[in-house]
Design a protein around this ligand. Structure first.
Ligand code: AMP
Length: 289
């Protein structure tokens, strides 16, 4: 695996790959890699000739300075894991290399995402998706992949990036990879490393409540009632503080109205566990298995 810290070196290397007609898969990450990231790299390595990963803790998508400061960083272990997963190129830049004109320079700030970015994570983390769109558009411009691999764990993020690709008319397809979970069902996340033993045990309950909502939806129980039950159930678990539980249409991310036809039906949540904020979701029904 070749490691580059500058966009210019990486761009030159990838131009040669494209000239040789090799397809490029790209996996952007913020590091502290785990089996969820590994799944993305494996998908790319299986489907594309060349796999590129990036590790960049993007300051512009953090609305909470403490969360940014506490974000785990394990570059040596990450490099070793990426080599094992079959990654060919790693972009490991500085903030200045990603944002040469400064953090405020956001060429995609004008894009209108409508209500896709105003609810759930958009409502809870003001400015978060503006930062996500800013960094993903910059990384796509540097890497120019054929396929972008993203985790369904960040369901709203995938929807926002798909919309960005449409709005900008970019020539890249976006593949959503299913969420990888721990044996007890907790969605893998770099932030899980910050949980103590009690918090870690409590966090496993999040998935159980989401699974119960998904099962209820498949049995045609009312969505708002299921949301209320999941909130109450999580509030009853010591150390869990649910922020939201929302049953949404997977395409619009608007609240699901019982009985309406949807391609994908999703229940999404954000939960505080001590000082750590976790998100997760379950796809209750999908037309694309
Ligand atoms: P992050 O490093 O948290 O920004 O995540 C980088 C990519 O990995 C994003 O596309 C995430 O959605 C994806 N990802 C994170 N956790 C998981 C997981 N448990 N399963 C699948 N993909 C994941």
């Amino acid at each position: 695996m070749k490691i580059f810290s500058t966009a210019s070196e990486l761009t030159t290397a990838l131009a040669a790959e494209r000239a040789a007609n090799r397809t490029i898969g790209f996996v952007p990450t913020m590091g502290a890699l785990h089996a969820g990231h590994a799944a993305l790299v494996r998908h790319s390595a299986a489907e594309q000739a060349v796999t590129v990963a990036s590790i960049f803790v993007n300051p512009t998508q953090f609305n909470d300075g403490q969360d940014l400061a506490a974000y785990p960083r394990t570059p040596d272990a990450d490099i070793q894991l990426l080599r094992e997963y079959g990654c060919h190129y790693l972009y490991l830049p500085t903030v200045d290399d990603v944002y040469p004109a400064g953090l405020q320079d956001n060429p995609v700030a004008h894009l209108d995402f409508g209500r896709l970015t105003t609810r759930m994570e958009g409502a809870s983390r003001p400015g978060h998706f503006a930062g996500v769109v800013q960094v993903v558009s910059r990384l796509l411009d540097i890497v120019r992949p054929h396929v972008l691999y993203m985790g369904q764990k960040d369901y709203q993020q995938v929807a926002v990036v798909r919309r960005m690709v449409d709005l900008l008319g970019l020539q890249v397809s976006v593949t959503g990879v299913p969420t990888v979970r721990e044996a007890d069902g907790l969605a893998m996340s770099s932030r899980n490393r910050r949980l103590n033993v009690e918090e870690r045990r409590a966090a496993a309950k999040i998935n159980r409540h989401l699974s119960a909502v998904a099962a209820g939806l498949r049995s045609h129980w009312p969505a708002r009632e299921l949301e209320r039950l999941a909130i109450k159930g999580m509030q009853a678990v010591p150390l869990l503080e649910p922020e939201y539980v929302e049953v949404v249409d997977g395409d619009t991310l608007l609240p699901y109205q019982d009985g309406e036809p949807v391609r994908e039906l999703v229940v999404a949540t954000a939960v505080r566990v001590g000082a750590v904020r976790l998100i997760d979701n379950r796809i209750a029904i999908t037309a694309n298995p």
